[in-house]
Design a binder for this molecule. Structure first.
Ligand SMILES: NC(=O)C1=CN([C@@H]2O[C@H](COP(=O)(O)OP(=O)(O)OC[C@H]3O[C@@H](n4cnc5c(N)ncnc54)[C@H](OP(=O)(O)O)[C@@H]3O)[C@@H](O)[C@H]2O)C=CC1
Ligand SMILES: CC(=O)C(=O)O
Ligand SMILES: [Mg+2]
Length: 754
């Protein structure tokens, strides 16, 4: 089996990720203006009394007047944190925060984590039942068996919102989906397939419950725990839930049970299965080793002893990730959207079937771009990945439909097609965009020169670039300095990082000749050029790229953008027939737009604005978008008239003449370009939807608007990306942090300007 490169990270990086900036992973943002006295009077007393009385009168109104309908609480007591066991409620908080941000990231669900510090089920139940009315649903998490069964069952009885223990049902749904496909691929029938599940806790028991519900004969399902096989008559380490799955069998150990078995489900702990056991399984065995963070047996170990296995783990860095992240955001999305009172078995089966179905479908272009390759239904692709954008439009409708069919939907969906469109609009596209860049690089790693190689954050970025399998990092700097900084900061300089000292490099002769040729008629003496090559890292790194010694370059941490760009431009020209511009990716409220020119031309002419539009549309295409370019001004279609708008009008005429192959329109104000309701006043507008590329009338408006969006609008801004140079170079902002540098290095290596 082929292995994807592992996006490894160090323990230090994991801690820094969580502690940097605002500690933790979540913040709460107001959705209504809180600016004036009137706003406050409406948000709080006295205005808030009106919705209070409305809800007191009709509790269902809480869905319309509060966050309830889009709000899920992730609740734990920390007794079974991943496969790490009982580590206490507080230690579970990073996992629960993680789950909350995944709800938001994948399904636009707002969520809060709650850590309840008790191991007593009754105390836990009491706590949750009194708190729960304000939420649309409850995701119980990492609570150990058997207490989790008591807690969930009781809360389901007491509450009229979905209470869903994700380790039980989420895992059961995702693994069932993968299994349905693996069975089909290996020509097996559900009625005669023998499955062994190691782990008789929350996840293991629920998985078998779902398998029975989809048609597995109970006698073909063998369950094991730390004491071995759960057979009829066993008394040691038993409870009523395990008893429900006890079978008549001679097998007493996992080793006995796996002899000749078709399927292994691992929901226990790292390393619980040996290669010998895998060897003893039936032909074409199906092995789902799902313990986190490390599986029962690794894909490599299985590959050593079998070449006919279908292998899946809970990890994102190998093919076939069977992890509940594929389910919970989308299952709750569907349940919340019909205001379901519960998540029942029919909804779970519908989710599993929809997920299995999705992996069999042809992968459309947009998804292929996200994966970096066109995956095909087969042993290494039995289940979609969490980044598959189709999950959002296929799982929630299936869950919602099943809720409606079984009478638990309090607000049935009237138009399913319209609902699917709404779901698509809720997706956050930028993560997919960056994911696509990273995936492509992993398949075709590049050599990237990090010009400011002695800076701590640059060394950190280089180490991360290499560890993520994106390529080789060439740190330009003095070896002793780089090493001393790395040691002091606790960064390991492993394979894949090369330190290149400009002064000692054997390429200097070549670089000096190259640069002298370019600069000799621009007032530079040979001595000046020698000094630049030997002592200036931007010149040196640019020369590496220009002479094919590096594929791409990143710089800018220690120098102003314009100064760094000047250095680079001495070495590298614009690509013939292209214009150098800056494009920023602005991500806000689930929408990504490209803004140009955010870096170079101060007051572009009409001709220059047209060229900027062409370059920016090219970048949009490289990212997999179909460009719709809004040529922005303070005017909309000639009103009010003004000198800058005339340039924009001229640019549109030039684009008309050039018959470019993308949609563009203007002059138009930003709100008309982005808001279809406002655009409706101009029926002749040629854009088929809201603009996704905004060409600003001048550098100042581009720079000011993106920076304001970042500071005031909560937008994430990536860039400006330098576009139109003959070689891939990216400049980060002065003082950029390591993650920003890695992103820019990756974007440089990906070569956004094509
Ligand atoms: N991939 C995914 O999406 C998910 C994976 N998981 C993983 O499943 C595992 C169990 O989680 P969960 O069910 O919540 O935990 P629980 O604590 O509820 O259950 C753990 C079960 O595993 C058994 N067990 C532990 N170690 C071994 C071992 N070495 N050999 C055999 N049995 C063992 C325990 O046996 P006993 O009863 O004898 O104590 C118990 O039955 C974890 O590793 C977790 O990360 C869970 C949810 C989702
Ligand atoms: C993924 C998950 O929920 C677990 O391992 O517990
Ligand atoms: Mg869990």
């Amino acid at each position: 089996m082929s292995k994807r490169p592992r996006p490894t990270f160090t323990e230090q990086e994991a801690l820094l990720f969580h502690s940097s900036g605002r500690p933790g992973k979540l913040e709460i943002v107001a959705t209504k203006p809180m600016a004036t006295q009137r706003d406050l009077s409406l948000a709080y007393s006295p205005g808030v009394a009106v919705p209070v009385l409305a809800i007191a009168d009709d509790p269902q109104k809480a869905y319309d007047l509060t966050t309830k309908g889009n709000f899920v609480a992730v609740i734990t007591n920390g007794t079974a944190i991943l496969g790490l066991g009982n580590r206490g409620a507080l230690a579970a908080k990073p996992v629960m925060e993680g789950k909350s941000v995944l709800f938001k990231r994948f399904a636009d669900i707002d969520s809060i984590d709650l850590e309840v510090s008790t191991e007593d089920p009754d105390e836990f139940i009491n706590c949750v039942k009194f708190l729960g009315a304000g939420w649309g649903g409850i995701n119980l998490e990492d609570i150990k068996a058997p207490e989790c069964f008591i807690i969930e069952q009781k809360l389901r009885e007491l509450m009229d919102i979905p209470v869903f223990h994700d380790d039980q049902h989420g895992t059961a749904i995702i693994s069932a989906a993968g299994l349905i496909n693996a069975l089909e691929m290996t020509g097996r029938d559900i009625k005669s397939t023998k499955l062994v599940c190691n782990g008789a806790g929350a996840a293991g028991i629920a998985c078998l419950e779902l398998l029975r519900a989809i048609g597995f004969p109970p006698n073909n399902l063998i369950l094991c725990d730390t004491k071995g096989v759960i057979y009829k008559g066993r008394t040691d380490g038993m409870n009523q839930w395990k008893s429900g799955y006890a079978v008549e069998t001679e097998a007493r150990t996992l080793e006995d049970a796996l002899k000749g078995a078709d399927v292994f489900y691992g929901l226990s702990a790292k390393g619980a299965v040996t290669k010998e056991m895998v060897k003893s399984m039936a032909a074409k065995p199906i092995i789902f080793a799902m313990a986190n963070p490390d599986p029962e047996i690794t894909a490599e170990e299985v590959a050593e002893v079998r070449d006919d296995a279908i292998m899946a783990t809970g990890r994102s860095d190998y093919p076939n990730q069977i992890n509940n992240v594929l389910g919970f955001p989308f299952i709750f999305r569907g349940a919340l959207d019909v205001r379901a009172s519960t998540i029942n078995m029919e909804m779970k089966i519908a989710a599993a079937r929809a997920l299995a179905e999705l992996a069999r479908e042809d992968v459309p272009d947009e998804v292929a771009a996200t994966y970096g390759t066109r995956l095909k239904f087969g042993p290494e692709y039995i289940i979609p990945t969490p980044f598959d954008p189709r999950l959002m439009s296929s799982i929630p409708p299936a869950v919602a439909q099943a809720a409606m069919d079984t009478g638990v939907a309090r607000k049935p969906i009237e138009d399913m097609e319209a609902y699917k469109h709404q779901l698509n609009a809720r997706r956050d596209p930028i993560a997919g965009t960056l994911q696509q860049v990273y995936t492509k690089l992993r398949r075709s790693p590049k050599r990237v020169a990090f010009a400011e190689g002695e800076e701590e954050q640059v060394i950190r970025a280089a180490a991360s670039f290499v560890a993520q399998g994106l390529g080789t990092a060439l740190l330009v700097g003095r070896e002793d300095r780089v090493k001393a900084t790395a040691t002091e900061a606790g960064i390991e300089l492993g394979d894949g990082i090369e330190i290149i000292n400009a002064r000692l490099s054997n390429r200097n002769g070549v670089y000096i000749n190259y640069l002298y040729e370019r600069l000799q008629r621009h007032g530079f003496l040979l001595r000046d050029v020698q000094r630049l090559v030997n002592t200036d890292r931007n010149h040196f790194a640019s020369l590496m790229v220009a002479n094919g010694d590096a594929d791409a370059m990143v710089t800018g941490v220690t120098r102003n953008f314009s100064v760094a760009l000047e250095d680079v431009r001495r070495v590298i020209d614009p690509k013939p027939g292209h214009r150098v511009i800056g494009v920023s990716l602005v991500v806000a409220r689930g929408r990504t737009v490209l803004v140009a020119d955010t870096a170079i031309t101060e007051l572009p002419t009409g001709e220059e604005l047209a060229e900027i539009a062409i370059e920016a549309a090219g970048v949009a295409k490289r990212f997999g978008y179909v460009p719709r370019v809004g040529m922005l001004a303070f005017s909309t279609f000639g009103h009010p008239a003004g000198e800058r708008s005339e340039k924009v009008i001229e640019a549109v005429k030039i684009l008309d003449q050039r018959r470019v192959d993308f949609e563009y329109e203007g002059d138009m104000a930003a709100d008309v370009a982005l808001n279809p309701d406002l655009a409706a006043a101009y029926p002749f507008n040629r854009l088929s939807g809201p603009a996704n590329v905004l060409v600003m009338p001048a550098f100042h408006s581009a720079s000011i608007s993106t920076k304001m969006l970042q500071e005031l609008g909560g937008a994430t801004v990536i860039g400006p990306l330098l576009v139109g140079l003959d070689r891939p170079v990216q400049l980060v902002q002065l003082g950029a942090k390591d993650t920003q540098i890695v992103n820019m290095a990756a974007l440089a290596a990906f070569n956004v300007s094509g």
